[in-house]
Design a protein around this ligand. Structure first.
Ligand SMILES: NC(=O)C1=CN([C@@H]2O[C@H](COP(=O)(O)OP(=O)(O)OC[C@H]3O[C@@H](n4cnc5c(N)ncnc54)[C@H](O)[C@@H]3O)[C@@H](O)[C@H]2O)[C@H](O)CC1
Ligand code: K
Length: 516
């Protein structure tokens, strides 16, 4: 039980302020500050030794800041020195926090050399960055900016302690300049920075050092449902409808209606259908322009293809009666490949009392008609799946989603009353109640036409099998995004990042579930 609770810490993200409060509770309960630093820094030193053993690297430069990030750096310096590494400190600050000063004095007494000139570390084979951690709030200036500029030009691996110095812990914003790390060893609990796209190129590979923060202190500060959560493999596994119940039938395993495609974008409809197919959904129906029916039947023989009247240019002109019998479906997904001609389809579908996913042209039409504010009046939940450009068109007043994406997606969900999935290197999913799910890994291989269509079908098919409250729905959306990303990673490993076209991606989806 206790092990399971500790494992739950893998999926929690805390802000800098929450981390400070958690730390505050631990200190107030009697844990000495120095002891907590010692625990965190010794485990960090062990990780560093694993990554760069003495047999491979001996000269290590360690950057020491004025606060407790610098204190951690000095404990690591002492430990690595005692293990036989050749340590040089870069310590440009004259004023250090008290505990940091003690460690500086002790390092000095051990004969570890310390410089105020960064150039003297140029011959090191590894740099440890302990300049600033979550205490940095104002932009860096002066000699620190010069030092980081020089350091970023060297071709020496860098390990950042807690976060790369110069980044804002919550937003991932660069405060003047920031260190580009090879690895970042996050102390204790994940922070938002690790899931902000703008910070990723500075973080390198991220690992969390669990130094035994009591679960009860985390729970006391971060209430359930946790506002920021990582969709881990464990959580994804819990949600996937595997294994299926022994006694079931197709109508019990989810009934999904896709409304998609046009003469111009016929492929989008196929890809959406393939994404839905991979979800294992019990009954897939697809409304497409009538001239596309033979094509869709040949690609998705198991689906019920419903032909709809079409415009002169081959867009859906209206839904046929079969597609309008909404009692037959658990959920509707609408948008991929529709073209902007299908305005009335999108307008009408909004009044259907079923959970609704809108993507691609569904979103463009919504933005054009300024209909986002009406979403909160829908009787069933709405799910929007924009990429950055679509997000900006839908929510032009929400500041710079390319910056602090987590806050932006959260605001968009709260304002619109919809579940919003903002696509990116770290896709974020927010529900109107304030929960944000983050997808911890992905691949640039997915930045490719059609991969979003596959996702829409997959979300629809997965959610159709698990419909319920908005909380369950947003977790389903997040699980589908995780699944999609994992399939991309798997396909890229086997075929390189260039080999993951959307059709291929859809054929890797089932392999993610097979790996459980
Ligand atoms: N709870 C934990 O996980 C533990 C964290 N530890 C480490 O402590 C740091 C946070 O330490 P803190 O002293 O609060 O802050 P920083 O070290 O990040 O630095 C703040 C320090 O820097 C000064 N400062 C702020 N901005 C600037 C600036 N622009 N220029 C110059 N100086 C600036 C500020 O006045 C402070 O003095 C955390 O990241 C962990 O590494 C513990 O060691 C273990 C437990
Ligand atoms: K740091």
């Amino acid at each position: 039980m206790r092990h399971k609770q500790r494992q739950a810490l893998d999926s929690i993200i805390v802000t800098a302020e929450q981390m400070r409060q958690i730390e505050g509770r631990i200190f107030a309960a009697g844990m000495p500050v120095a002891a907590l630093m010692e625990k965190a820094a010794i485990l960090t030193a062990h990780s560093i030794q694993e990554l760069y053993p003495l047999s491979q690297v001996s000269r290590v430069g360690i950057l020491v800041g004025p606060g407790h990030n610098g204190g951690d750096a000095l404990v690591i310096a002492r430990e690595l020195h005692l293990q036989g590494y050749n340590i040089c400190l870069y310590c440009p600050f004259s004023q250090l926090k008290e505990l940091t000063q003690y460690h500086a004095n002790y390092a000095n007494s051990l004969g570890i050399c310390s410089y105020e000139d960064i150039e003297l570390l140029e011959h090191c084979e590894l740099i440890i960055d302990g300049l600033f951690g979550f205490g940095l709030t104002r932009p860096l200036t002066g000699i620190i900016v010069e030092a980081i500029t020089i350091l970023n030009e060297w071709n020496i691996p860098v390990i950042s302690i807690d976060i790369p110095s110069g980044l804002h812990t919550d937003t991932g914003e660069v405060l003047g300049i920031a260190i580009k790390a090879t690895y970042t060893l996050c102390l204790g609990l994940w922070k938002p920075i690790f899931f902000q796209d703008q910070a990723l190129e500075y973080i390198g590979e991220a690992r969390r050092i669990d130094f035994g923060i009591p679960v009860k202190d985390v729970r006391a500060i971060v209430a359930k449902p946790f506002p920021l959560q990582i969709l881990t493999k464990t959580l994804a596994k819990e949600f996937l409808p595997l294994p299926r119940p022994l006694i079931t039938h197709k109508y019990k395993q989810g009934r999904l209606l896709l409304i998609c495609g046009s003469y111009r974008y016929a492929g989008g409809a196929i890809l959406t259908g393939l994404g839905a197919r991979a979800s294992g959904v019990g009954m897939l129906s697809m409304s497409v322009p009538e001239s596309l029916k033979p094509l869709l039947v040949s690609h998705l023989p198991e689906a019920l293809i419903i032909e709809c009247p079409e415009t002169k240019t081959g867009a859906i002109a209206g839904l046929s009666p079969l597609a309008s019998d909404f009692d037959q479906y658990d959920i509707v997904a609408c948008g991929p490949g529709l073209t902007q001609e299908a305005t009335n389809i999108v307008e009408n579908i909004l009044s259907v009392p079923l959970p609704l996913i809108l993507d691609a042209d569904g979103l463009n039409i919504l933005a054009q008609r300024v209909m986002v504010s009406g979403l909160s009046r829908r009787v069933a939940p709405t799910i929007l799946t924009p990429h950055l450009g679509e997000f900006k068109r839908l929510f032009p007043h929400i500041a710079d989603p390319g910056g602090d994406r987590i806050t932006a997606v959260k605001r968009a969900a709260q304002e619109s009353g919809a579940i919003i999935l903002l696509k990116g290197a770290r896709t974020a999913i927010a529900d109107p109640h304030g929960t944000v799910w983050l997808i911890p890994e992905s691949t640039p291989a997915l930045a490719r036409g059609g991969s979003g269509d596959v996702l829409t079908g997959l979300i629809g098919g997965l959610v159709a099998q698990n419909s319920g409250t908005q909380e369950i729905l947003s977790r389903g959306v997040a699980t589908a995004a995780w699944w999609h990303a994992q399939a991309g990673i798997l396909a890229a490993q086997e075929r390189t990042e260039l080999g993951v076209d959307a059709f291929t991606l859809s054929s890797y989806l089932h392999r993610v579930g097979a790996g459980f």
